[in-house]
Design a protein around this ligand. Sequence first.
Ligand code: FAD
Length: 284
Amino acid sequence: MIPGSFEYHRPDSVASALEILAEYGDEARAIAGGHSLIPMMKLRMADVGHLVDLQAIADLKGITVQGDTIIIGAMTTQQELISSAELASAAPILREASLQIADPQVRYVGTIGGNVANGDPGNDLPGLMQCLDAQYTLAGRDGTREVAARDFYEAAYFTAREDDEILVSIKFRATTGGYAYEKQKRKIGDYATAAAAVLIAKDGATCSFASIAMTNLSDTPVWCEAAADALVGSSLDQAAIDAAVAAMLETIDPQEDNRGPVEFKNHVAGVILRRAIERAASRA
Ligand code: FAD
């Protein structure tokens, strides 16, 4: 299908992008890699009169690792997340997850900012950002503000970002200990039927920290504190893992669609989460 007609803007600073968004209000939309927005425009599910392309804004690009703080510009591509040696060392779960997004064609153009700002429950990075306890920096005409990834997602395609705000960057701490990103999909390049992001740290044989989030099993990503609490203080034995999986299954709310009925999705969620916990534990 062909999208409706639109005017194209290519600002070279965040300030001028914000001015254009303010000038055209509801009719304007930022475009990053376009790999979610353009298909929606072609399907006429998004009607955009003014496209504000963020590609020429240098300030929105790049990966900075300063001590144990990582800051990633919103326009950093998913391929750049994969190819950064610094990031692979500071937060290897991000590389593991990014390699499971779509296919190389999408990843060379799709951005981290577009992936997390979109509010699509099928996207892999929002759940991971909740697992990492990331903070999103949003710029508006009155300045910037930070919103935690765990507070950002309100419903499918509804987030805490105002229409006239731009996501500038994503910040989180370097990880220590074990990690795993597990994803079940119908075929290579597909969105998740279920995916799990797990971080685990150990003190001797005892789990001292855990963070667990899942993707595409509710209309928002699901970070589940009770699942993590079931692991902390345990030796990561089967009883603790069973309790963590049960806590997550209580929290998710999958819906029947072309990826399967609810019962199947609950089953897949349990299998994928167990696999992720066991792999993260083996790396901790
Ligand atoms: P765009 O499409 O340009 O924008 C998406 C939305 O975010 C728009 O509403 C836009 O206005 C808004 N936006 C973008 N950047 C900003 C910003 N900086 N500030 C404010 N708003 C902004 N994703 C996965 O996670 N996993 C998959 O398995 C997967 N499979 C895919 C398979 C195919 C065939 C395709 C085409 C896409 C797939 N995707 C998948 C989506 C892909 O990762 C997209 O690139 C990503 O979701 C959106 O990033 P983008 O840079 O393309 O954003």
